[in-house]
Write a protein that binds this ligand. Structure first.
Ligand SMILES: [Zn+2]
Length: 96
């Protein structure tokens, strides 16, 4: 499945609810899911990690869709040629 297809699927499942909630409310849910992902990282439970990673992506896709931004295109514009800072694959930026 391509990122665009995932975005379409999330729009079909949640688009109406997302539009009703708006960007700010939807962004709050993304923040909550990030917190759950951090907790899952501590638990090291693979099933839980899979769920939380999928949830974070789903909320990110919801926000992208509310902004009428195709996340696949935006991602390719940003990372399609390698690291946005050094332009290399793999990245050759010094570690910070
Ligand atoms: Zn780099």
């Amino acid at each position: 499945m391509r990122i665009s297809e995932a975005q379409e699927l999330i729009r079909e499942i949640y688009g109406e609810k997302d539009r009703g909630r708006g960007i700010r409310g939807t962004a709050l849910h993304l923040g909550e899911e990030m917190g759950e992902l951090f907790r899952a990282l501590r638990s090291n439970d693979e099933g839980n990690l899979r769920e939380e990673l999928a949830d974070v992506l789903a909320w990110l896709l919801s926000i992208s869709d509310l902004l009428s931004i195709n996340l696949e295109e935006a991602f390719l514009e940003r990372y399609g040629e390698g690291c946005p800072k050094c332009g290399s694959i793999p990245c050759k930026c010094p570690e910070v």
